[in-house]
Design a protein around this ligand. Sequence first.
Ligand code: FES
Ligand SMILES: [Fe+2]
Length: 421
Amino acid sequence: MATIAPALPDLDGLIEPDRVHGSLYTDPAIFEAEMERIFRTAWVYVGHVSEIPEPGDYVRKTLGREPVIMTRDKQGEVHLLLNRCTHRGAQVCDRARGSSSAFRCPYHGWTFSNGGKLLGYPFNAGYDGTGAKKDLGLGRVTRVAEHRGFVFGSMAENGPSLLEHLGGAAEAIDRVCRLSPEGEVELTTGWLRHGVRANWKMLLENETDGYHPQFTHSSIFEVAESGIPALYGDKTEAVCRDLGGGHTENDLRPAFRALNQPLGWFGTTPDRVPDYVAAMRRRYGAEADALLVDGSSHAMIFPNLFIAEIQLFVLRPVAVDRTVMEVTAIQLKGAPDMNRRLLQQAVGSVGPAGFLLADDGEMYERAQRGVAASDPEWLVLKRGLHRERVDERGYPISNNTDELPQRAIWRHYRELMETGR
Ligand code: FES
Ligand SMILES: [Fe+2]
C-alpha cells in the first residue's frame, strides 16, 4: 500500500545508551514516524480468540490507528478486517461487538461477509454488472498470526514471523496460560478504558519499571497488607530482564520460590480455591505445585501488550500526548473458583475505584507535563548500569529496581525506527 513515509528525525542526537531526549515524548513528527515504522510495520497485539468464540462473532479493535474488526467466519477462521467501506470510506461496523454473518454499510448499503468479501451492492445496474465486486472486499491486516490464542497483526508484507518477533516473550504468554488447568486464558470479563494525557512510551517504559512502585503506589501499600513492596525493593531476589526485541519483564519467581508457598504470589492459599488446585494437579501432576509457586508473568511485550500478572493491558497510542490503556481481568479456562477471585482483585486494583492505575496515570501525566520544560533536555536511564549481568540463558538481567528494561526498550525502538526491522 502506498503511504508517504514521514522524514525520520535524527535519533543519534536523541537516544543514547543511558539517556533519552525529552522531545521523543513531545515531537509530533516522531509520533507520526512511530505510527508508520512501528505500528504499521512490527507485530502488534490486536485481540484474543476468546473474545470471538463462535463463528460469526466479531469485536472491534485497533492496530495502531487503524480501526479493525476481528471476526470469526463460518469455517472458524479469524480475520482482521479494516473497518472502512471500500465504497466511500464509512465504517461498516459501529457496534463494539456482536455476532453477524455480514456487515452492511449504512451509507449506501454495500454488504460484506464476515470474512471480508463484498457480497453485493444495491441497484447494481449502476455498476455495469457485478464484475468489479471481487476487487472490492474489505481491506485487511496484511499478516495475522496467533500464539496460544493471542492474535497479532502486522501491516508489513515481509518480516520476522510472530514467533521470531516474540522470541523470549512467548514464554511470558505460555506461563500465564499454564496457570489454567486447560492451558488457556480467556478474556471474557469486559474492558475498562483509561485515557491519559501522556505519550504511549511513558506507559511502555513504566510497565516494567521496578523502581517506582514503593513511591508511586505508597498509599495503596500503606492501607493494604501486601508483599508487593518487598518485590520492588533494593534487597529483592526478583530481577528485571531484557528478553530481546524490546520485550522486557520483571521476573518475580526468584522471590516466590524463596517463599515457596503455592499461590503466595496471589496472596492466597490452596485451601481457599480447592477446586482450582485440584484441577491443576490433575492436569500437571507433580509439576502443579511449582507452577502455583511461580505464579504469572509480569512482561511488557513490545510495543503494546502488557501481561500484568492477573490483568492484561493494551496500550493504544492516540496522539503524541494521548494514550488509551485498555484493561481486562485475565480468566483461566477451567477455573471458576479462581476466576471469581481474579476478577475481584483486578477490579480492586485497576477498576474505577482502584488505586494502582490512578497512581500510574498521575505519574504519566506529570511526566508529560514535566518534559515540556526544556531544561534539562534529557531523561536519565543509568540506574543499575554497573551491575547488569547475564543469566544462564544469555538474557541480560539486573536488580528488579534497575533501568535495564528501559534501556532495552530504547535500543530496540531505535533499531526499528531506523531500519524498520
Ligand atoms: S460508503 Fe459504504 S456503501 Fe457507500
Ligand atoms: Fe505502577
